[in-house]
Design a binder for this molecule. Structure first.
Ligand code: MN
Length: 744
């Protein structure tokens, strides 16, 4: 078709680009979405407004529940890694389903990308068209999240966009898995699908299907996921057709605008009710220890320490500004993030806590002003930067967001809303090779959704039950989710004591699985976690959660033990008194290298997956002593930590039941308070001592490089850092060394 002859599909004979420009102008001029100072429909007919919202929301949720059963991937079917949403013609989200709602905003970016880049002319938008994206540059978190987007027309006008996303198991990168950890840049991280038309008349082109299936190690699962997304979108299209027939097109158009402005106002109301205006600083850190990795290029074989100096300003008018000014540089790994990913990440967290879950849509996004410095891990500004495992930095770097909210809630007295943070959803097990059916497999084991939630303001955190990116998630059934695909048997899956941080209220513990490699061929497996630094911190004197560790055993006698019907280990439990070490002979690996590249495993080898717990809240020696005994009896605390961490002296009776020795506990706690007071120094004295160290740059090399990168990327951050420590004359220490290794 001649491009010039294309019909105008915007409202009232306009183009979509004109509609987008107009909408942005109205928001900028008035501060209200679409310039709406009055919500005429919602105010005059509140029941109609609510009925439309509930019908739309119901259609989205039920489409998700039905469509997930088309998928054969445990990630979608069992864990629920999918979501659907409806957008305005300009790409602003009106309503969304449950699920991975981080993508409501990423797919909004994709629709706007298509409009800004004149897709309206080439390839054009017509009824029955199907579009796809997984490209982070257009709008995504990482390339295993694949989007299907369809236009919805009424009387020749594009009235809405309908979109769905699933998280697929393998993207055909240099190393296997959903979010490959091993590629060094965008060029070896697998499948990239920039926004494009992939079908007509509700059918996906064969050429597109053949292309992505040829790229992934799990082609069948990708194909069924694609059918899941398209079927869900078509169910929502049916429901939308019905809704417009019932309520009228003009009412629907007005409803979309008002729903978003209502979402914006609702978010602002919540901020004003629940938080305290001011500047909040909530930094986090995260390790990538690649220095000694063989097979990495020199620029990738470095030990990276990521700095996430998250700062949030709550304004008196209820709007919020967030900035990552001072973040470290992007690097040659797959953990870099796009602004779209960070916006989505913040969105999914705010929607669990601050925003009203029923009225959430892009209105909340319009109440946020966000800054992601160019050249940093949060906004590389370079298409070479790998992002396939963006979550590694996202879930680390956003941990402070819960601490920020919790300080506000605490100050306003909403004690039950306070959460100290969360455990990052690691360890992840990735792997590939041939499985027990002699077929190629790619493992992405997502039982890491059983991480621990941090302690709350009035009770302990949740055990084995929290993933910040999908709070409704599930760890998956052992037999049908994981043993069906991975050539590894579960010897045990248990609560892992001490993974949560200690505190008056302790962080939720996570789970531990022991896997036996079984009927595999050329199999490799990988650990993806954090072993070197704490990625969260406790609150009000609570402890951070434990760092991860690696335990595996190669060349074992496990198969002989099975033949002899001898006992097998079901957990590692206490790494200093390990059941695996007691029962299994072989080459034992035990270290803090929780992030590895894929390594070969043979049948009979043992792999331990230890997930992260959440941080604690309040001083551990203020914890009710009977709760410490309960933790001992329920397997949440190793006995050797009761006295040093909590000051609790407990004894075990003949039946193995722990009880508190109240007198000895009171004495021990009094002694601990005395020791603390005796060892304390004034803050001024401590600062003076630290200043010497900071002035000389006397840090581990990766810490010094972290500071140098932050200071190079942000003059403001560097000036504040130097002013705080009084080290304006220490410039040379914090200048990057000249020549090799300096990235501009
Ligand atoms: Mn994902």
């Amino acid at each position: 078709m001649d491009i010039k002859a294309r019909p105008r599909i915007g409202w009232g004979g306009t183009t979509l680009k004109e509609m987008l420009t107009h909408s942005e102008q109205l928001l900028a001029d008035s501060g209200h979405y679409y310039g709406l100072r009055d919500l005429k429909l919602a105010d005059a007919t509140p029941l109609l407004f609510e009925r439309m919202h509930l019908k739309l929301r119901g259609a989205l949720v039920s489409a998700r529940e039905i469509a997930r059963n088309i998928s054969a991937s445990p990630i979608v079917k069992e864990l629920g890694e999918l979501a659907f949403t409806v957008f305005t013609p300009e790409g602003d989200s009106v309503a969304l389903s449950t699920g991975i709602i981080v993508h409501v905003h990423t797919m909004s970016d994709v629709v706007k990308y298509m409009i800004r880049n004149d897709f309206e002319d080439d390839p054009g938008f017509a009824p029955g068209d199907v579009f796809c994206n997984n490209d982070v540059l257009a709008g995504n978190v990482h390339n295993c999240d694949i989007h299907t987007i369809i236009p919805f027309f009424h009387d020749g006008e594009l009235v809405s966009w309908i979109a769905g996303v699933t998280h697929v198991p393998d993207v055909g990168a240099r190393t296997p898995g959903s979010s490959p950890v091993g590629p060094m840049s965008t060029y070896d991280q697998g499948l990239t699908i920039p926004p494009q038309k992939i079908g007509e008349n509700d059918r996906v082109f064969r050429a597109f299907r053949d292309t992505y299936k040829r790229t992934s190690r799990t082609p069948l699962l990708l194909e069924l996921d694609e059918k899941t997304r398209l079927a869900g979108c078509m169910m929502i299209r049916g429901a939308l057709t019905h809704l417009i027939r019932e309520e009228g097109i003009d009412t629907y158009k007005q409803f979309m605008r008002e729903a978003i402005e209502n979402g914006r106002r609702s978010f602002i109301r919540r901020v004003r009710r629940m938080l305290v205006p001011g500047r909040y600083r909530v930094p986090s850190f995260c390790d990538v220890p690649w220095q000694d990795e063989r097979g990495h290029l020199p620029q990738a074989a470095v030990n990276t320490l990521m700095n996430s100096p998250l700062e949030i300003t709550v304004k008196v008018d209820g709007t919020i500004r967030t900035t990552l000014d001072g973040a470290t540089a992007w690097g040659y790994h797959t953990m870099n993030c796009s602004p779209s990913a960070l916006q989505g990440g913040m969105w999914v967290m705010l929607s669990q806590s601050l925003a009203d879950a029923e009225s959430i849509n892009d209105g909340s996004y319009f109440a946020l002003d966000q800054y992601f410095p160019s050249g940093s891990w949060s906004n590389p500004g370079n298409p070479e930067a790998g992002t396939a495992h963006a979550w590694h930095f996202l879930w680390s770097g956003l941990n402070g967001l819960f601490r920020f909210l919790s300080h506000g809630y605490y100050a306003r007295g909403f004690l039950e809303e306070v959460v100290a943070g969360y455990g990052t959803t690691t360890n992840i097990l990735y792997g590939s090779g041939l499985n027990m059916f002699g077929e190629p497999f790619a493992a992405t084991n997502m039982e890491m959704t059983g991480a621990g939630l941090g302690a709350r303001g009035c009770r302990d955190g949740l055990d084995c039950a929290y993933a910040m990116w999908n709070p409704e998630s599930d760890i998956g059934d052992i037999e049908t989710s994981w043993e069906l695909w991975e050539p590894m048997l579960y010897l045990g899956r248990t609560v892992k004591p001490n993974t949560g941080g200690a505190g008056r209220f302790r962080g939720g513990n996570a789970l531990e699985s022991v896997r036996l490699v079984w009927k595999s061929h050329n199999a490799v497996f990988q650990h993806v976690g954090h072993g070197m630094v704490f990625v969260n911190s406790g609150m009000f004197g609570g402890y951070p959660s434990a760092t991860g560790y690696r335990r595996s055993v190669h060349d074992t006698n496990a198969l002989e033990l099975i033949d002899a019907r001898a006992p097998l280990p079901v957990h590692d439990h206490d790494p200093q008194d390990s059941e695996i070490e007691r029962l299994i002979e072989g080459r034992h690996v035990l270290d803090d290298k929780a992030l590895t590249l894929p390594e070969p495993y043979a049948d009979g080898d043992i792999y331990v997956s230890c997930i992260q717990g959440g941080p604690g809240l309040g001083d551990p020696i203020e914890r009710a002593a009977h709760l410490v005994a309960q933790d001992l009896n329920e397997g949440h605390l190793l006995a050797r930590f009761a006295a040093p961490l909590y000051g609790v002296i407990a004894h075990q009776d003949a039946g193995g039941v722990w009880s508190v020795d109240e007198a000895a506990t009171a004495e021990r706690r009094a002694a601990m308070r005395h020791e603390r007071a005796a060892g304390a120094v004034p803050v001024s004295q401590w600062l003076a001592r630290e200043r010497e160290r900071v002035h000389a740059g006397n840090f581990a090399p990766w810490v010094l490089r972290m500071y140098r990168e932050s200071i190079r990327l942000s003059g403001d951050w560097g000036r504040e850092f130097k002013a705080f420590w009084g080290i304006a004359d220490a410039s040379a220490v914090y200048e990057p060394p000249a020549g090799r290794g300096v990235r501009r």
